[in-house]
Design a binder for this molecule. Sequence first.
Ligand code: SF4
Length: 413
Amino acid sequence: MSLKGFGLYVHIPHCLQKCHYCDFVTTTVDTPPSASGEYVTGVLTELRHRSFSVRELSRGPLTSIYFGGGTPSLLPAQDILAVLLEIATAGFTRTSDCEISIEINPGTIDDEKLDLYLAAGVNRFSIGVQTFNDASLRACGRKHSAEETRKTLRLFASRSLNYSADILFGLPHQRIKDLQRDLSELFEFSPPHVSLYNLTLPREHFMNQGRAPDDEQARMFETIELALSRGGILRYEISNFAKPGFESRHNQLYWQGGAYWGLGVGAHSYLPQCGKFGIRFANPASMRAWHKQVENSSKHEPFWSKLPPAQVERLQLHEALTDFFHTRLRQTSGFLWREFQEFLSEHGVCAARAKNIEFLAQSRLKKLASRDLIIDSDGRVRLSVQGYPLANVVFLELTFAADEVIGEENLTP
Ligand code: SF4
């Protein structure tokens, strides 16, 4: 199977606070962790014990490495360097333009740390701006102030670095005019990339109080999109915008069906070339269970073959198909029918069966096109402008059940 790229994700769970809306696997620390603490030692052990199987399977060089969290920038820069060195020692090579990203929270970086990251090879930064409104930051439970965010952004803008700003909207008591103020402040720093997050909360969550109704939140999204496109920062995925050439390679890997190995507590992996339709597996979300599993991993056999069944998902055809549509259609470029045909053939689906599956997919897509939610023209399928806010409807229609693809002989026109 041809590789669409191959990435490593390294999860760093430490945070200075637990934000009220966050459901990531994180652990709160009062002071930044010390260099090469227990957690980083665990990641290094995971690399030493498990690289062999992943490397054997992936073969190609790494196209991206992503330190996410949590707040990876809380770690001493030496720890990031230690992980990058161990990745090389474990035998992973990198493409010459391998993207190495790290998530940064305002107030956790200075000139000296930034220099160390750059010297280690980090070439992209993702900054958790969220909002420039101090009251909203406090309402979210975040410790940094808007002034710290400005200082961090000034540092990156002054050095013309490749960075992304995360913006959170739909916050309690936030209205469109507040969002416009956030955007005009953001533009002063001319970010090359912006990721948008609409605050999502369970129904009974206390932060729901004072939030704009759904239709106003939809208008907020439109307001942001319009402002960004006027500023030359263009949408390339449902919630991601970039100046041309600054799209995130690591995230594109997820949306294009590339392989990735997730290291660290709770990290997820996807190896499309393993088994007939690929496998997904996840590390335990408990620190103790993760450490134990990594310590006990055999160095010489695929470690995923020994994981408890609850941690591993061996994909079947209907799941691989569903993944194909749900990931490719997130991108403004959508997918080419030719790519879909290649995907079926790479997974060993015979020509007759592939024809029937294509017919099944086409009938669903025709239905969506008749509602103006997708565009299917010149061999390319993508979401329409009306389709973006209703992407969940599109994805639901393009979710396949096992019995729909095993009895597809009946579907031939
Ligand atoms: S800083 Fe990010 S990862 Fe950490 S608790 Fe807040 S939202 Fe979650």
